[in-house]
Structure formats: structure tokens, C-alpha cells
Design a protein around this ligand. Structure first.
Ligand SMILES: C[S@@+](CC[C@H](N)C(=O)[O-])C[C@H]1O[C@@H](n2cnc3c(N)ncnc32)[C@H](O)[C@@H]1O
Length: 266
């Protein structure tokens, strides 16, 4: 934990990325993956398989990955061999991700906020503004030239840090208002994916479950009421088996992987 904190303090990044916790989250994922490598392995294999299926039967000029993060759930070497151009999009790229792609000449990292509201939310709260929270703004046009767009376990992450920032520092926002803000962000990402002309692959958690072994203690809807197509591959991600969070609980995510979102929604 101390090492994670030190890494966070010394990592150069823009103020909104630091203040809202994007850099901290990425460092935490990197560290948790190191601690829970075995428990995460089946989840990462499922993700790789769904992305592999998504890449079949289409042109292979360009693939864009949204929420590429630490490139754990992405079969990067296979994508680089299959597609002429691989674009990895994240709001912030850690040095570990830069290192992984360094020698891959057809892979490029792009830094972008795919909600278009992180900076606006940071400013809104810092300036103590009241009234409606910033709306999501990113437009699908930026990703429209891809044969394949992969939304890589990012959907339910999109609202978390903007929500947390408003909850912690915002003035006058109640729980319902913040949940509605989160729901708009989730809906916006699903609308953006639906507007893309190429194939779209969606990897996402659909339910968060806090357990004591086999006993479910609490279920949390990470989609804030939004729904996904019922089809696709389903699995459980043992994201934080005990004692990762505490000695008494295990955190699991119920996962959905849809290789062809348009086909699934039709
Ligand atoms: C759970 S991680 C996804 C895992 C990642 N695909 C991997 O293999 O490591 C969620 C990712 O979404 C990114 N993210 C969160 N909000 C974002 C935003 N508004 N725009 C772009 N990326 C965002 C985070 O930085 C993080 O890398």
C-alpha cells in the first residue's frame, strides 16, 4: 500500500487525473493483479477469447480498444498480428502500458476521456458550482473508422470517479442526483457503442457481489439500472478473494462478454 501511494505521488499527471483518482485506480489495479494473479487468470482468458471471436469475419484495418488500462484483458500480441493498426484509448496510460507497446510499431496509445466530462466535472466541483452536473459529451465519430471497437471492462468504471469526486467535494448533490448522473454516463457509453458502424465487442461486469464463501451478502448494480442484451458469454471474476479486502469477504463480479453487440441487440 505504501509503495502504491509513493508511486502515485511521484507519477507525473494532469491535476484532474490525480485529484479524481484515475492514476491511483490504475496503480491499484496493477498491484491487485500482482496479488491476485491466479484468481484473475480465468477472467482474463475469457476476455481474450471474446475479443478473439469478435475479430473474426471482419476487415482487419483498425481495432480500437476503449479503456485499455494495463492491457491485461486484451490479447495485445494477437491484435497486433491480426490488425494493421491497433489504437489503445485510455484517460491515462501508466508507464507499464507504455513499456508493453514500445516495440510494437502498429500499436499506438491515445489519451482521451471517452465520457468527455471528467475535466468539466473536476472544474464544476472545484469552483463550487451548483446546478446540473456536466453531461457526457464524447462523440462516436472519433472511433467510427474502426473495423472493431472493444469496450474493455470500462463501462462500469466510467461513472465511478466522477461520482466519487462529486460525492466527496461537490456541494448540494444528493444520492439520487448522483445516481442519475452515473446512469447518464453508462447510457451514454452504450449509445456511443450502438452508434458505431463497425463491429463492437463489449466486456463488462453486470453485477457486483459481496460474498462470504458461497453465501451472497450483498449485490450491487454497477450499471445503475441500465440493461444489457441477455446474450453473450457469462462468467464470474474473482476480483478480490479474501484476504484482499478483508479476511471475512470475497468480492466477485458477474461478467458478460459480447463479441458482436449489434448482433446481440438485434
Ligand atoms: C478496469 S480498467 C479496464 C481494464 C483494462 N482493459 C486492462 O486490461 O487493464 C478500466 C479502465 O478504464 C479507464 N477509464 C476510466 N474512465 C475513463 C474515461 N472517462 N475515459 C477513458 N478511459 C477511462 C481507466 O483508466 C482504466 O484503465
Amino acid at each position: 500500500m505504501l509503495a502504491e501511494w509513493f508511486k502515485h505521488l511521484t507519477l507525473p499527471c494532469p491535476a484532474p487525473i490525480r485529484d479524481m483518482g484515475y492514476a491511483r485506480e490504475l496503480i491499484a489495479i496493477e498491484a491487485r493483479h500482482r496479488r491476485c494473479r491466479d484468481a484473475w487468470a480465468p477472467h482474463l482468458e475469457h476476455c481474450h477469447k471474446v475479443i478473439g471471436d469478435a475479430a473474426e469475419g471482419i476487415s482487419h484495418d483498425r481495432v480500437i480498444v476503449l479503456g485499455s488500462g494495463l492491457l491485461l484483458d486484451i490479447p495485445l500480441a494477437e491484435l497486433s498480428e491480426t490488425f494493421s493498426d491497433v489504437v489503445l484509448v485510455d484517460i491515462f496510460h501508466l508507464p507499464a502500458a507504455r513499456k508493453k507497446v514500445h516495440d510494437m510499431t502498429n500499436v499506438r496509445l491515445e489519451t482521451a476521456d471517452i465520457t468527455g466530462l471528467a475535466d468539466a466535472t473536476w472544474t464544476h466541483v472545484r469552483e463550487g458550482r451548483a446546478g446540473p452536473l456536466p453531461p457526457p459529451q464524447a462523440d462516436a465519430g472519433a472511433f467510427a473508422d474502426a473495423d472493431l471497437v472493444v469496450s474493455a471492462n470500462v463501462l462500469t468504471q466510467l461513472p465511478l470517479l466522477p461520482m466519487g469526486w462529486v460525492e466527496k467535494k461537490g456541494k448540494g448533490y444528493d444520492e439520487d442526483g448522483i445516481k442519475a448522473f452515473a446512469r447518464r454516463i453508462v447510457d451514454h457509453h452504450l449509445e456511443l457503442l450502438a452508434a458505431l458502424p463497425g463491429r463492437v465487442c463489449l466486456l463488462t461486469e453486470s453485477q457486483r457481489v459481496i460474498c462470504d464463501g458461497d453465501e451472497v451478502l450483498r449485490e450491487i448494480d454497477p450499471l445503475f439500472g441500465a440493461t444489457l442484451p441477455a446474450t453473450g458469454l457469462k462468467w464470474t471474476w474473482d476480483i478480490a478473494p479474501r484476504p484482499e479486502i478483508t479476511r471475512q469477504i470475497d468480492l466477485r463480479f458477474r461478467m458478460t462478454g459480447i463479441a458482436d453487440l449489434r448482433g446481440a441487440s438485434a
